[in-house]
Structure formats: structure tokens, C-alpha cells
Design a protein around this ligand. Structure first.
Ligand code: ADP
Length: 888
């Protein structure tokens, strides 16, 4: 009886299992023919996640091995789904041609793909950088490095507190974070990172401690850049933690990409103070790059302003919005560039048209540098360099501001390369380089010669056929080719008796026989070897061309940066032109004066003529009449949130270098922007809404400076009215008295409006409402003053609450308003005394309950307690309680 063979014990499965054992945390895909196959537990998971069929080897048997596969050309398409689920994908490819393999095909790992080490896969978002971020720990000083393998961008910075770390992570929006192994063993590390990065699903990868050792790290970096000191990158002798982070990121990227990242750029150090700081909460609240609803792009600031024409331009725009500047001169330089392009309509339009022809140069270069480029990539590279030169030409002969001039000078980095590529490669080369046919005729004499042999093949075969046909007197003779026998002669059954002896029979068909001859075999060898020769010659010429391209990487990268910047300037100018945006004055003052400001996203949705523009007139500082804290009250849906957000967005746009949606604006540099807005998706962070609200508020109160801008929307709503109003009151006092910073506070607590009486810096704003008969219209116009009514019933009606309920609510409201006692005059209260809401009979909202008629309370008020003995008093108390219980 045959011995039962264990499917796990086949040589191929042993190969698989051994490799998997080395990388247990990755899902291993092994190339088998035209498929990438996954086995065992990975197969079960892959089938579930990718919706592919789960089959098995030895199906139905006890020892069956689960198996699933995807066509090798479609693997790229499946990657995003796996990476989204935090799965690393190991690729085991065939290292030799299976047809030439003796026995088991040699296979080996060629890449391990993780979210942070993607190169040019479909999984990459064209409009966003893809950072692999390394952090040295949670204790200051913390070294942070961010490496984008797809473009070669390499940043480093230091955080002096975990809060600064959190800010950096918010800005970078890492795809994957690497931490020292020792740190990973701390059970809270993952939780901490999820919290700091505001992403519970962040892929966190530990790296062994040796990769972080500072001395080695310095050496790794110096060797990589062929330099002896890192000072040129802003990394001094003290900055060991920066070296550790950078070297760890580099090592990790190299280990996973298996290639040298030749397109790696110089390390750029980011310093705090260079940029307007915004944390993740702020970015999310303002829907800057991703919306707070579903984390998508719809409804975001970026989406509404992105008119860039190139993918690197779109990525740069996102980076500028996430990291606005905080230096007046650099901002003004950007505004100069935008103004110049706004002024010259023709130049701007021509530039934008020329940019259309530009491919994603950064990611093209990454493919060149990692040896993964095809002939088509080089053709696109040449086309892009040509388009870039065209941009330079069309802008020439004019005076441009300094930034544009500097960029224009970088746009023609490799004219020789462009020509070489165009001369060498055909215009539309095949997708795969081994298919051949990518090199033009006339480039290499040897290549032309073998090509002639191949081209002449048909003529030779036709002549051979005619010759043999005549010699044998067989009229119907056909020369053909198949993969099994190579060239053959096919002769119909009717003529097989005339076949000469030197014909060797190879195959019998129903009506014909197939033969080979020594002469045909000899020819076949020549023809086939010509094909091999052509392929290897083409590959050699292509390789030279690729090496040449690689030697230009540095200057082409600078050209790519310049194109991206010009694209963003042109995008800003285009927005300014189409949407009538203005150039803001940005300086070192503490002003926040915006005339005719609009919300860029809401305006786009409802239309320019429908949007009501509003002013903002804040000024922090010593002037007596200057208001710097605006309290905005008004009904729901009147436009309070829109207003306070539009002011914040104007600051972000202005400091990013863009013009802004307003008629005029004067903005004193904001060092940090804080927002505390509505309830977000706190559930995912497992914190109560109120707790989150207070944590965000604490962050503001502890960190805002005189130069900050604070945007508050509804602070204190997550708790009881008394608590809420008291907190809101105290917070406002603190911002006014201690922080002295510009602040917009939209609130339902009308009580807060009385603060303006005692605090010089507070201004009351409200939203105008027109009331006619029973009709209410929200005018969306921000005016000075405090709201008098809430119009909640009106909003409920708009929202479709049934008419009987609305009518009943109106009736109750009237009743309540009639029976309401006049509220105690709030003006009497100094802001230094406890806020009025601490006393339950203050504040309109509390009043409603306090004024409900109650006979028991009336009796209580009238009890002549002084006349009672203790026993009588107790009796009365029991009686009152019994009656109260009956009433309730
Ligand atoms: P609130 O914060 O007062 O509840 P919102 O700011 O959310 O109100 O605004 C509610 C709606 O009113 C918005 O979705 C928008 O359609 C409209 N709106 C707000 N501000 C304006 C404006 N300035 N001009 C026109 N429509 C506006």
C-alpha cells in the first residue's frame, strides 16, 4: 500500500512554512505560476478579507491544507484591503525561470509590504504623503523621524513632551509607526500611541533595540549620505535621539523594501515655531484634510480648494494646509508669488495647462531609483521633463517674485537625459520590459542585425515551404509553430505517402501529420536565439538608460519640488481669481480683522450669492477699546458654527500662503490654533463625551499663549446646566484675564453675555433674525449684541417635527413665559463673584423649572416654623412629604 503523503511535507510547502516561520507577523504570498498563493491560516484569513475562494490541497482529507490565491498581476489591487486591516504582506517570488529550474523552483522573499513602506502601489493616495514614522519613546527629548518611501522625503524633529509628540503625529498622519522593541513590551505603549495619534487602528511595528543605538545610528546615516557629520541636516552632536529615530526609519524601510532607497532625500529638520501648531482634534474639528463624519475627503477644506494639476502639487497643498507657516516674511513671500500669478491671467492659465502634461515625478523617480521602472516610466519621465522645460519657457522674459524665480531656475535639470530617452525608446513601449520592442532601430548596430534575422524569418519560412513543396510534389504543405515541437511541417493525410525520409513524424492529427526536418530545426535554433539576443541587448540598453536617469535623481527631485510649488501657487491664484479672494495682511500684530469673510466650503455648497458674508473685528492687546474675546449667542442653525470656523479657516489659509475668502483681512500671526467643537467620535476612544470635552478644554487652557487663537463651540454641554454654565463662565474668565488671546466662543448659555459688562475685552455677537407674523427667517448676519430668543421650536418645525407637537410646544412655551418671574438682573454680578448660574434662580434656562407652579412649595414657604415645637415641625414635614409623593 502506498504511503500516505503529508501535503505539508512536500518540498514546496516546506519552503513556504520555513519562510513563514521567519516572518510570522506577515501574510505570506508565494508565487506559483501565474498566481500568488497563500496557505494554512493565512489562506483562511485572506479568503475572508479579500472575498476570494478558499480551496485546499488534499481536500476533504484529515490533513488538508487550506489555500487561496490571486492572479499575480492583480496582487497590487488586493493590497489596500490587507493593509487597511493592519496586515503586513510578505511577497515570495520565483528567483529563477521555472522552465529552467532543476527540481523545485528557487524562491525567496523579495519584499515585505507594510502601510508605511509602500513604494508605488495602487494602495497609495496620490494626494497624500505616506509617512513611516519612527519615535524613540515617550520621554523627552523624543526623536521623531518621518520617511515617505514613495517620494524619498525624510523629515526629523524633536518633541520635548508627549504633547508635542502628539502634535507632530497629527501633522504627519503616519501610516505606520515604529518604536523600540523595549517600548513595545510595555503593555500601555500601543494604547498610548493610539491615543497620541488619535488613531486606534495605527499599525505599530517594534524594531529591535540595536537599530536605535545612537552611535551606530550616526554611522548608518553618515554612510548612507556619504558624509562625516550630520550638521548640514541640522542634526548636531547633542541630537542623538534624532539620529536614532532617523536611522531606525531608514533601516526598517531598507529591510522591507529590499532595495537601496536611492531616491532618499536629504534629511530636513523641522523646528517648532516655524509652523502654526494644530493638534489632531483641531484638524478634525475643522475638517481640514479629512472630514469628521466618515474620515473621507468630501466637505473638507482641502477638497474645496484643491485645483492643483499634478499629484505632487496636491500632496504639497495638503502638507501646507496641515502645516501653515508662522513667520510673517515667509508667508508674505508666498503671497507675493500668488499675487503675481493672479495678476497675469495668461501666464497662470498657460502654466496650469503646461502642468497637465506632468506625471507624478516624485513617484516616477522612486521607481527609477528602486530599479522597478519600466520603459514607459522613462518615456513619462522624458515627457515630464519636456513639460517642465515648457513651463520654464513660457514664464521667461518677465519679472517674477523671488520664490517663483527660484523655482523656474530648477525646471530644466537634465536636457541630455530627455534627449537620450526620446532617441532611444519608442514612443509607446510595451508594459513589461522583457517583452522587447522598446528600443528604436538605429541605436545599436548589433541589435539591428539580429532584428533583421528575425524579421527575415517569415520570408525564409515561405521560401523553405515552397522549396520543399515542389521537391516532394506535395501541394498542400504548411509550415507552422507551436510551443511543444517548435517549427513543423503539416501535410494532409492524402499526401503522406509522398513524404520523404528526412521528414521526422512528430504528431498525428485527424486529417494531417506533422513533421520536423533537420534543416527546419537548425533554422529554429537560429531564430529563437535571435529572439533571446534581441531581448538581452534591449535590456542592456535599457539598463544603461536607467542608470543614466538615476544619476540625475538629485536635480530631478529639486525640479519635482519646484513644479509642485508652482502648481500650488497657481492653484492659490486660481482660487483667488475665480472666487474673489483677497490677499490678507499677515504681520506680528495681534489683530484678527476680517471684512466680508466667507466659509470656503459652505459657500461652495450653497452658492456665492446665497452666502452671507460676515466681519470679524478682534484685536488682542493693550488698547482699551479692543475686544479680543467674542461671545456668540443665537438660535440653533443660525450660523454660529459656520462663522467661528470660517475665521479659523481664514487664518489657516492665510498662513499657508493662500489668499482668503474675504474682502479684506489683517491677521496677526497665530502661533497655535485651538478648537473645542461639538461632540466628535469620542466613542471610539472610549471616553465619555464630557470627559473628552474637558480634556480638550484643559489642553487649551494649559497651552494657549497670547498669540493663539481659540475657537470654542458649546463648552459645558455634556453636563448639568449648573455645572456647564459655571465651567463656561470660569473658562471665559481665564481666557480673558490670563491668556489674553483672541477667542471666539459660540454658546447657548445666554448667561455668559453679561460678562461683556465687566470685561473690557469681551464683545457680544449674535445672529440677526427677522420675525414677521409667525414666520422666522435666519439672516445669518453676525451683529453686535446678545440673543434674546432661542427659536428652538422654529428649528424643530424646519426639521419636520409633526405639526401637533409643534403647536403643543408653542402652547407650553407661552404658558411658561407668562408664569416666569422676572430674572434677577445679571448686571449686578461682578465677574469676580461666583457666576450667577451657581444660584439656581438665575439664568433663563434654569428659570423654566424654578417657576413651575407648586402648591407644596407655596405651603412650605408659608410655614410659621418659629412658632412650632420640634415635634410639630416634624409632623408638618411628614405631611408635606406625603402630599408631595401623591402629587408626583
Ligand atoms: P449654528 O452653529 O448656529 O447651529 P450652523 O453654523 O451650523 O448654525 O449653520 C447652519 C446652516 O446655516 C449651515 O449649514 C448653512 O447652510 C447655513 N448658514 C450658516 N452660515 C451662513 C451664512 N453666513 N450664509 C448663508 N447660510 C449660512
Amino acid at each position: 500500500m502506498a504511503k500516505k503523503s503529508d501535503p505539508r511535507e512536500t518540498p514546496m510547502m516546506r519552503q513556504y512554512i520555513a519562510t513563514k516561520a521567519e516572518h510570522p507577523d506577515a501574510m505570506l504570498f508565494m508565487r506559483m505560476g501565474d498566481f500568488f498563493e497563500v496557505f494554512l491560516d493565512d489562506a483562511v484569513e485572506a479568503a475572508k478579507l479579500l472575498g476570494i475562494t478558499l480551496t485546499s490541497r488534499n481536500k476533504g482529507k484529515e490533513d488538508e491544507v487550506p489555500m487561496a490565491g490571486v492572479p499575480h498581476r492583480s496582487l497590487q489591487g488586493y493590497l489596500p484591503k490587507l493593509l487597511e486591516h493592519g496586515i503586513k504582506v510578505a511577497i515570495m517570488d520565483q528567483l529563477e525561470d521555472p522552465s529552467e529550474a532543476k527540481g523545485l523552483v528557487k524562491r525567496g522573499l523579495t519584499r515585505i509590504i507594510t502601510p508605511g513602506t509602500l513604494l508605488d502601489e495602487d494602495a497609495l493616495d496620490d494626494a497624500q504623503a505616506n509617512y513611516l514614522v519612527a519615535i524613540t519613546g515617550f520621554d523627552a527629548p523624543i526623536g521623531i523621524a518621518a520617511l515617505d518611501c514613495s517620494t524619498g522625503e525624510f523629515l526629523t524633529e524633536q518633541a520635548d513632551s508627549s504633547q508635542q509628540l502628539s502634535l507632530a503625529l497629527a501633522r504627519l498622519q503616519a501610516s505606520e509607526i515604529i518604536i523600540p522593541e523595549t517600548l513595545a513590551q510595555n503593555e500601555f505603549a500601543h494604547e498610548r500611541i493610539a491615543e497620541l495619534s488619535a488613531n486606534p487602528d495605527m499599525t505599530i511595528s517594534p524594531m529591535s533595540s540595536y537599530a536605535w543605538r545612537a552611535a551606530d545610528a550616526r554611522q548608518v546615516l553618515c554612510e548612507r549620505y556619504q558624509i562625516s557629520e550630520l550638521d548640514g541636516f541640522g542634526i548636531g552632536p547633542q541630537d542623538d535621539h534624532l539620529c536614532s529615530a532617523a536611522a531606525a526609519a531608514l533601516r526598517y524601510a531598507n529591510e522591507h523594501a529590499f532595495d537601496q532607497l536611492k531616491h532618499l532625500r536629504h534629511i530636513r529638520r523641522i523646528y517648532p515655531g516655524q509652523h502654526l501648531i494644530m493638534d489632531a482634534v483641531c484638524q478634525r474639528n475643522l475638517d481640514l484634510l479629512r472630514n469628521s463624519r466618515d474620515n473621507g475627503k468630501q466637505g473638507t477644506l482641502l477638497h474645496s480648494i484643491d485645483r492643483t494639476r499634478t499629484a505632487p502639487g496636491a500632496r504639497l497643498l495638503a502638507a501646507w494646509i496641515a502645516r501653515p507657516l508662522a513667520e510673517a516674511q515667509s508667508i508674505s513671500d508666498r503671497h507675493d508669488a500668488v499675487a503675481a500669478l493672479l495678476k497675469d491671467n495668461d501666464a497662470r492659465e498657460n502654466l496650469r495647462d503646461a502642468l497637465e502634461a506632468v506625471y507624478d515625478l516624485e513617484r516616477l523617480l522612486a521607481r527609477v531609483a528602486t530599479g522597478r521602472c519600466h520603459a514607459r516610466d522613462l518615456v513619462q519621465l522624458a515627457q515630464t521633463l519636456e513639460a517642465s522645460k515648457a513651463c520654464q519657457d513660457l514664464m521667461q522674459g518677465q519679472q517674477w517674485p523671488a520664490l517663483i524665480n527660484a523655482d523656474l531656475s530648477l525646471l530644466n535639470p537634465a536636457p541630455e537625459l530627455t534627449i537620450r530617452i526620446q532617441e532611444t525608446l519608442v514612443e509607446d513601449p510595451p508594459l513589461v520590459i522583457s517583452d522587447g520592442g522598446m528600443i528604436r532601430d538605429g541605436i545599436d548596430a548589433g541589435l539591428d542585425e539580429v532584428r533583421a534575422i528575425k524579421r527575415d524569418a517569415n520570408t525564409w519560412l515561405a521560401a523553405y515551404q515552397a522549396r520543399e513543396s515542389e521537391a516532394c510534389q506535395i501541394p498542400k504543405m504548411k509550415v507552422g509553430y507551436n510551443k511543444v515541437f517548435g517549427y513543423y511541417i503539416e501535410i494532409g493525410k492524402a499526401h503522406t505517402d509522398k513524404v520523404p525520409e528526412h521528414f521526422i513524424r512528430k504528431q498525428t492529427l485527424v486529417n494531417a501529420e506533422r513533421y520536423i526536418t533537420p534543416e527546419l530545426k537548425e533554422y529554429e535554433e537560429k531564430a529563437l536565439s535571435a529572439e533571446d539576443t534581441i531581448r538581452s541587448k534591449e535590456l542592456a540598453i535599457f539598463g544603461e538608460l536607467r542608470d543614466l536617469a538615476e544619476s540625475y535623481i538629485g536635480s530631478i527631485q529639486r525640479c519635482a519640488d519646484a513644479l509642485a510649488r508652482l502648481d500650488v501657487f497657481a492653484c492659490f491664484a486660481d482660487n483667488a481669481h475665480r472666487l474673489h479672494w483677497c490677499r490678507p495682511i499677515v504681520d506680528e500684530s495681534h489683530a484678527l480683522r476680517i471684512g466680508g469673510g466667507r466659509h470656503p466650503v459652505v459657500e461652495r455648497v450653497i452658492g456665492r450669492d446665497q452666502f452671507v458674508a460676515n466681519d470679524c473685528l478682534l484685536q488682542a492687546g493693550a488698547q482699551d477699546d479692543a475686544h479680543y474675546l467674542a461671545i456668540i449667542t443665537g438660535p440653533n442653525m443660525a450660523g454660529k458654527s459656520t462663522y467661528i470656523r470660517q475665521v479659523a479657516l481664514a487664518v489657516i489659509l492665510a498662513q499657508s500662503g493662500s489668499f482668503i475668502p474675504a474682502d479684506e483681512a489683517h491677521i496677526g500671526l497665530v502661533d497655535r490654533l485651538f478648537t473645542r467643537v461639538g461632540a466628535g467620535d469620542e466613542l471610539s476612544r472610549n471616553m465619555s463625551t464630557f470627559m473628552v470635552e474637558m480634556a480638550e478644554t484643559a489642553a487649551i487652557l494649559n497651552n494657549a499663549t497670547h498669540n493663539s487663537l481659540v475657537i470654542l463651540d458649546e463648552v459645558g454641554r455634556g453636563t448639568s446646566t449648573y455645572d456647564g454654565v459655571s465651567l463656561a463662565w470660569a473658562i471665559t474668565e481665564h481666557i480673558h484675564d490670563s491668556l489674553h488671546c483672541r477667542c471666539l466662543f459660540a454658546t447657548h448659555y445666554h448667561e455668559l453675555t453679561s460678562l461683556a459688562k465687566d470685561m473690557a475685552g469681551v464683545q457680544n455677537l449674535t445672529v440677526a433674525v427677522a420675525e414677521e407674523n409667525n414666520d422666522v427667517v435666519f439672516l445669518h448676519k453676525i451683529i453686535e449684541g446678545a440673543a434674546t430668543k432661542s427659536y428652538g421650536i422654529h428649528v424643530a418645525q424646519l426639521a419636520g417635527v409633526p405639526v401637533p407637537v409643534i403647536e403643543r410646544a408653542r402652547f407650553i412655551l407661552e404658558h411658561l413665559e407668562e408664569s416666569k418671574e422676572k430674572p434677577q438682573e445679571l448686571q449686578e454680578l461682578k465677574h469676580t463673584s461666583p457666576p450667577p448660574a451657581m444660584k439656581p434662580d438665575n439664568g433663563q434656562q434654569l428659570e423654566i423649572f424654578a417657576t413651575m407652579p407648586s402648591p407644596i412649595l407655596d405651603r412650605l414657604r408659608q410655614l410659621p416654623l418659629d412658632d412650632y415645637s420640634p415635634r410639630q415641625a416634624l409632623d408638618q414635614l411628614y405631611k408635606l412629604q406625603q402630599d408631595a409623593l401623591k402629587e408626583s
